[in-house]
Design a protein around this ligand. Structure first.
Ligand code: DAT
Length: 258
């Protein structure tokens, strides 16, 4: 059933686990074509076209043999109404995706959030390396070449029950229905530069990632890949901001589960 629900995807996304944001690094016409293709709604493609088939706030859509329902998220009461996807076996706890340019603080924030909210932390980069969910090393971009199919297969069961904080520097290839909230962390240019310099990246890699942040690549990717209502950008320039984010998000998760 899952195979029908999920369309075949092109393999070979680079950038996994090696901290180069794929969207920008591959920010060539080829990338836009590829990313655009998903969003244009090839029948059966994952993404908004499928998940929005039923329209506005709440409803049912079907795709092949898969059936999806969604409802207004209780977690966002009092805020912008959020439309939340859930598979038929609805989660009782939310899944949160924490994304953003390498160095914005995803791992730090996501791990702290998981601990604060009693959720599971899933570092996708580490998972790919550990389980070898890649097609080798791309020496030009200094990163592993992600095997999306293998990764998604590996993740599917892990996120099915909810309660997972996923940490990854790209977001447009995950099934939209997996996440109830997509957090895009942001930092000021000079702050990111300092953090990435400490990582001793090559000049090219540092420049690529700086450009990625400056050009809002991950925020745009998130907004184009998920319903805007569930995409939240948060500043994470300082420890204080990070702590506030963790607190806010943990409360969100607790409210969602009620
Ligand atoms: P990412 O997972 O996005 O690559 P990280 O969590 O590894 O980023 O953080 C990069 C570095 O910055 C790391 O040394 C921890 C630090 N850091 C993260 N968030 C921070 C924040 N809000 N304030 C200060 N330092 C932060």
């Amino acid at each position: 059933e899952r195979a029908r629900a999920r369309p075949p995807r092109a393999r070979g996304r680079r950038g996994q686990g090696s901290d180069t944001a794929a969207g920008w690094r591959r920010g060539t016409p080829g990338v836009r074509l590829r990313r655009g293709r998903r969003r244009q709604g090839v029948p059966g493609e994952t993404g908004r076209c499928r998940d929005r088939a039923g329209g506005g706030h709440g409803g049912v859509a079907s795709e092949g043999s898969a059936r999806f329902t969604w409802a207004v998220s209780p977690a966002c009461r009092g805020r912008t109404p959020a439309v939340v996807m859930a598979s038929t076996d609805a989660r009782t706890r939310p899944n949160i995706l924490v994304t953003g340019t390498p160095g914005v603080g995803k791992s730090t924030t996501a791990a702290a959030l998981a601990e604060a909210a009693g959720m599971e932390y899933l570092n996708v980069g580490e998972l790919v390396q550990r389980e070898e969910l890649h097609d080798g090393w791309d020496s030009e971009y200094e990163c592993l070449i992600l095997d999306e199919d293998k990764l998604l297969d590996e993740m599917e069961d892990r996120v099915a029950g909810g309660g997972v904080v996923v940490d990854y520097h790209s977001c447009d290839f995950f099934p939209e229905r997996w996440f109830d909230l997509v957090v895009v962390l942001r930092v000021r240019t000079e702050v990111l530069h300092e953090r990435l310099t400490k990582r001793e990246y090559s000049q090219k890699k540092l420049n690529d990632n700086m450009q990625c942040e400056i050009m809002d690549v991950l925020l745009t990717e998130a907004k184009e890949s998920y319903k805007e209502e569930i995409v939240q950008d948060l500043p994470s320039n300082s420890i204080e901001e990070m702590e506030a984010n963790v607190q806010t998000l943990a409360k969100w998760a607790a409210d969602w589960s009620q």
